[in-house]
Design a protein around this ligand. Structure first.
Ligand SMILES: O=C(O)CCC(=O)C(=O)O
Ligand SMILES: [Fe+2]
Length: 365
């Protein structure tokens, strides 16, 4: 898509006009130099919204855009291979390995997810011992993955550093100090392929509503499908892909580490175009496993425990998910009551207005 100076305000989806939410843009080059106005803008974005576009078109960021293109080429090849090759190791641990389509709950009621995903662990790449399926394990492919992970790690650490400075944190209290490279963490590069799916007739649809476990997520996708629900919003709306940028969102761990002053972004993925294959790349920068914080339940727990508990809530069946603490899937973020003005044809009439606080993992329309 061309650089979106004139974004549509709404798009038609499922017989409704759905908003396209605007997002602030933060310039990576300015952030690298901790320019005060950019740092202030970053802190404000994280505290009020929890997401922003990161402009990577300057000389320091451009190479990460090249890495993204290389990664996309690798993903096309990987996902085009037979299942037994992709699934050589299966899901080795929650942050590492392959998940076939339909491993989790989907975005609409009574659906399973509509994507397959391969995750590569940053720790394993750093140790030179990655579990990577054989069709992407030759040395040029490993180099592509290494570049993508190292580049994403540098970007997200630069953001953390600017946030620490913006909040006046010093020494051990700075966020970088709980994200040290040599300490074990579940930081990972997730590569996703969404299969074409039609919400009216298919049973594998999108990516369920959630907030991320991570501290920061760096997301690359050139295609529509991501929806967010900004704090205070009454409905989900699309995020427009924007050339030369990544989308960054705050996850639960940074929300907790900031004393719950930053917003963990509520989001999901839906098929805007039911005929399209969609590809996205997410780097999840996670805190060191033994970092302690107070979670949304008021418990003082480790980042590792939060990761594991939330992951198992993610993959649980809807009725089991509904038993989890209400705040777990949304990291303690509250939703306003949902207003859906026009019900889609297939929806039951009870779905016209939905209690946003209901303990379900999916939206009911
Ligand atoms: O595919 C996307 O655009 C978003 C994926 C996502 O939200 C996630 O993996 O946590
Ligand atoms: Fe996410």
């Amino acid at each position: 898509m061309a650089i979106s100076t004139e974004l549509p305000q709404t798009v038609n989806w499922q017989g409704k006009k759905v908003p396209v939410y605007p997002m602030q843009t933060i310039d990576f080059s300015r952030l690298l130099s901790h320019e005060p106005a950019e740092v202030e803008k970053l802190v404000r974005c994280c505290q009020t919204e929890g997401y922003f576009y990161l402009d990577l078109q300057g000389i320091d960021g451009r190479r990460m855009l090249d890495d993204q293109q290389e990664t996309l080429r690798l993903m096309h090849r990987f996902f085009g291979s037979p299942l037994e090759v992709k699934n050589e190791y299966g899901l080795i641990s929650p942050h590492l390995g392959y998940e076939p389509v339909g491993s989790r709950t989907g975005v609409l009621e009574d659906t399973k997810d509509g994507y397959e995903m391969i995750k590569v662990s940053r720790d394993e790449i750093q140790r030179d011992s990655p579990h990577i399926p054989r069709n992407i394990k030759n040395s040029p492919d490993i180099k592509v993955l290494e570049n993508a992970i190292a580049g994403s790690n540098i970007i997200t650490k630069a953001i953390l550093s600017a946030l620490s400075t913006g909040l006046g944190l010093t020494g051990a209290a700075r966020f970088e100090n709980s994200h040290r490279n040599h300490r074990p963490s579940t930081s990972t590069l997730a590569m996703m392929h969404y299969i074409p799916s039609d919400p009216v007739s298919d049973k594998n649809i999108g990516h369920q509503k959630h907030t991320d476990i991570s501290s920061l997520t760096l997301l690359f996708s050139e295609q529509w499908g991501l929806q967010i629900r900004p704090p205070g919003a009454r409905e989900f709306g699309f995020v427009a892909p924007k050339d030369g940028t990544a989308i960054v969102n705050v996850g639960d761990s940074l929300r907790f580490a900031s004393g719950h002053t930053m917003q963990s972004c509520i989001h999901r993925v839906v098929p805007l175009d039911p005929t399209e294959h969609r590809y996205s790349i997410a780097y999840f920068l996670r805190a060191e496993d033994d970092t302690m914080f107070t979670d949304s339940e008021g418990r003082y727990i480790t980042a590792g425990q939060w990761h594991d508990e939330k992951f198992f809530a993610f993959i649980a069946a809807p009725e089991v998910q509904a038993q989890a603490p209400s705040s777990m899937l949304l990291g303690g973020m509250k939703e306003e009551e949902t207003i859906v003005t026009e019900a889609p044809k297939e929806a039951p009439s009870s779905a016209v207005a939905v209690d946003g606080m209901k303990k379900t993992a999916v939206d009911v329309y």
